[in-house]
Design a protein around this ligand. Structure first.
Ligand code: FMN
Length: 323
């Protein structure tokens, strides 16, 4: 499958799980979705199906892996391919302590040789694209030359696609959340990488919230990855579909919920809790009449024991009453 990388939704731990991706796909048929990061250790020692199972409707969907051992990552990439993922992505951008102690994520930007070995091993193991998500630098190792040399090494190992969060990361002193807010955005750096490596597919990420901004970025790079805005304001994806994919008119918010109901019923039958699904849909009516009532009704009712699809029906009734 040739992936359209113009617009993708970022990997976000605890947020872009399979339930969220299913929901986002009902709004946006075309954007490329990413899983949360799954570590190679979790796949090697844990329940593979729990980590990797997803619904057909989620395609195109990329699996993001975290790790730093070439053989283990190659094994996990193969597992991902066998589950049907359309791409394997290596996380070289996440700065959390847990990630640092596991020796992967953003700290790997300081070890381009190791990342190159990982990428080469993963590429040799699968026939789907293997991509990298990184920052523009870490700590004081943040010169343009260092970034360009990192990209060059990983490209030489065979990677053709780089998703670059246009901020450096501080490995000590800032929380992951602060590392998404405090280091300044440097879109110019990412654009320069595209100019210097025109053969690569370069996807820009960080702080992008409007269709206008996406349009602007697409003059300079191949794709745009959206993170937090897609989660807090998921119906933004309908605007993206209209603007970039010229597809049929996207589902209305109500139609999205109607289409979600059979999935909710099925997942609850399989043991999921309603609140595990509804926590992702709280922002659906953002800026619409009834948004607060929607949130409140779901938050108060979805966690109750035995809660099922009738809670969604109740929440929809409230929206219909106020609109
Ligand atoms: C809750 C949360 C979890 C995240 N988890 C991951 C992750 O697992 N892997 C990763 O590469 N980036 C992760 N990120 C970073 C996002 O992928 C993205 O790079 C960042 O939020 C910047 O994009 P944005 O400004 O559009 O949100 C996470 C971000 C958030 C908000």
């Amino acid at each position: 499958m040739k992936l359209d990388r113009r617009i993708s939704i970022a990997p976000m731990m605890d947020w872009t799980d399979r339930h969220d991706r299913y929901f986002l796909r009902l709004i946006a048929p075309h954007v490329l979705l990413y899983t949360e990061m799954v570590t190679s250790q979790a796949l090697i020692h844990g329940d593979v199906s729990r980590h990797l199972a997803f619904s057909e409707i989620e395609h195109p969907v990329a699996l993001q892996l975290g790790g730093s051992d070439p053989a283990q990552l190659a094994h996990c990439a193969k597992l991902g391919e066998s589950y049907g993922y359309d791409e394997i992505n290596l996380n070289v951008g996440c700065p959390s302590d847990r990630v640092k102690s596991g020796h992967f994520g953003a700290c790997l930007m300081l070890e381009p040789g190791r990342v190159a070995d990982c990428i080469a091993a993963m590429i040799a193991a699968v026939s789907i694209p293997v991509t990298v998500k990184c920052r523009i630098g870490v700590d004081n190792e943040d010169s343009y030359e260092q970034l360009a040399s990192f990209i060059d090494k990983i490209h030489t190992a065979g990677c053709q696609v780089f998703i670059i969060h246009a901020r450096k990361a501080w490995l000590n002193g800032l929380s992951p959340k602060q590392n998404r807010e405090i280091p300044p955005l440097r879109y110019d750096v990412v654009r320069q990488i595209k100019r210097d490596f025109p053969m690569l597919s370069v996807v820009i990420n960080g702080g992008i919230k409007t269709v206008k901004e996406i349009e602007e970025h697409l003059h300079f790079v191949d794709g745009v990855m959206i993170g937090r805005e897609a989660y807090s304001n998921p119906y933004f994806l309908a605007e993206i579909e209209r603007s970039f994919f010229a597809s049929e008119e996207p589902r209305s918010r109500q139609a999205v919920i109607n289409a979600l109901m059979p999935y909710v019923t099925e997942q609850i039958q399989q043991g999921a809790r309603l609140s595990n699904i509804t926590r992702h849909i709280l922002g659906l009516f953002q800026s619409q009449k009834g948004a607060r009532l929607w949130r409140r009704y779901l938050s108060e009712n979805a966690h109750k024991i035995g809660a099922g699809v009738e809670v969604l029906v109740g929440a929809m009734n409230i929206i219909n009453e106020v609109s």
